[in-house]
Design a protein around this ligand. Structure first.
Ligand SMILES: CC(=O)N[C@H]1[C@@H](OP(=O)(O)OP(=O)(O)OC[C@H]2O[C@@H](n3ccc(=O)[nH]c3=O)[C@H](O)[C@@H]2O)O[C@H](CO)[C@@H](O)[C@@H]1O
Length: 395
């Protein structure tokens, strides 16, 4: 059975361990699941005890404590994939593989002490030790996969899972046959505030008073770290873009300075229509609400947000993402007219050719937005919480 079943009863207390992180794509679905479960329990007068197991370096180490979520760390190693056996045996890989058993031992102590009703793993290499510890401690493990194919961590853990929650129907056919009975399609949870942004708040928060209100606004985003490729292409297309649009450019915290120097050479009238930032924080929902067009990487989290909102987009996928997953994501939306996918070498000319018709034709943007919305799953967090509750009720 691959769709969530009847809504399970809500208990008065629930103990949850969440593990996963590294990037936003693994962190925000976990955060959203926690908040949604908390709200479900609170509505019935109950309470959630939650602990997040992550690494010190991952995004989760900032996100969880800022949300008041108890946070513990284990050591773990990033296994760098390569088809070349010599590279797989690189000193960094050997060192990191040696850290995995230590991480599992640490996670086992944490899981046996906390006694969770369920362990939810959302991917990223930190999920491996805690997921294995769940099995050792005989606690049910639920996996959530954001991407179309199971990521490396989830592949390692799949044999230990009680349920595997998927973001897309198209993942079912790609699962090994023996895992299909465990699968349930929930969608990829997005933070609810992403759906309730306000354009005027973005103007105030980011001081966008130089923006020309009669022009469309383009939001450029390369993911939490930014994307050098997107930065280069947008920098080259900037004079053209700013003649036709306002631009908010999220370039990654390390890339702000070189771009700022470049902007100094723009005509002041055009420069006023350009806002450069390393990272978009709490104002992200408002920035998305202001955006008429998004130019972006096609990571699963960004896609889930843009489709739930119904935003026209030009995607420039990360070419080296595992199994070319980002290109697959982008193509999938392009096939139904829900986005434009720029795959392969991307130049400013290609970006201009893709963005031009969308910037000049609001009806074309509206049609693309409608088709994007058809792919959105704004109820994904609720569906994932249903899975957590039903797994706990069964065990
Ligand atoms: C390089 C890499 O391995 N990418 C993977 C990573 O994506 P990665 O985590 O890089 O990107 P995603 O698109 O999945 O998620 C990014 C998240 O960060 C948020 N955000 C981004 C920029 C910013 O300034 N502010 C902000 O809040 C976005 O709104 C989104 O919620 O995990 C995804 C989900 O498993 C995969 O699909 C990607 O292929």
């Amino acid at each position: 059975m691959n769709t969530p079943s009847a809504i399970p009863p809500v208990p008065t207390s629930f103990r949850l361990i969440v593990t996963g992180g590294g990037t936003g794509g693994h962190t925000y679905p976990a955060l959203t699941a926690i908040r949604t479960l908390q709200a479900r329990l609170a509505a019935g007068g109950g309470a959630l005890d939650v602990l997040w197991i992550g690494t010190e370096e991952g995004l989760e180490a900032r996100v969880a404590p800022a949300e008041g979520i108890a946070f513990d760390t284990v050591v773990t190693g990033k296994i760098r994939r390569s088809s070349n056996p010599l590279k797989m045996a690189s000193p960094a890989n050997v060192r990191d593989m040696a850290r995995v058993p230590l991480g599992v031992a640490q996670a086992r102590r944490i899981v046996s002490g906390f006694r969770p009703d369920v362990v939810l793993a959302t991917g990223g290499y930190v999920a491996v030790p805690a997921g294995l510890a769940a099995r050792m401690c005989k606690r049910p493990l639920v996996l959530h996969e954001q991407t179309v194919r199971l990521g490396l961590a989830n592949r390692k853990l799949a044999g230990s899972a009680a349920r595997i929650a998927l973001s897309s129907d198209s993942s079912l056919a790609l699962l090994p046959e023996q895992l299909r009975p465990l699968a349930v399609v929930t969608g990829n949870p997005i933070r609810p505030e992403v759906l309730s942004g306000h354009p005027d708040k973005a103007v105030d928060a980011l001081n966008l008073y130089g923006f020309e209100r009669g022009l469309p606004t383009v939001y450029v985003t390369g993911g939490a770290q930014g994307s050098q490729q997107i930065n280069d292409v947008v920098r080259d297309a900037l004079p053209w873009l700013l003649e036709r649009a306002n631009v908010i450019h999220q370039c990654g915290p390390a890339n702000v300075e070189p771009l700022r120097r470049h902007v100094a050479s723009l005509h002041p009238g055009l420069a006023a229509r350009y806002h450069l930032t390393g990272f978009v924080g709490p104002e992200l929902p408002d920035v998305l609400a202001l955006a008429d067009l998004v130019v972006s990487r096609s990571g699963a989290g960004t896609l889930a947000e843009l489709t739930a909102l119904g935003k026209p987009a030009v995607f420039i996928p990360l070419a080296t993402s595992a199994g070319n997953e980002q290109a697959h994501n982008a193509r999938h939306l392009e096939e139904s007219g829900a986005a434009v996918a720029l795959i392969g070498e991307v130049t400013a000319d290609r970006l201009v050719a893709a963005a031009g018709p969308l910037l000049t034709d609001p009806a074309r943007r509206a049609a693309m937005a409608e088709r994007a919305r058809a792919h959105g799953r704004p109820d994904a967090a609720d569906r994932l919480v249903d899975v957590l509750l039903s797994v706990a009720a069964r065990s």
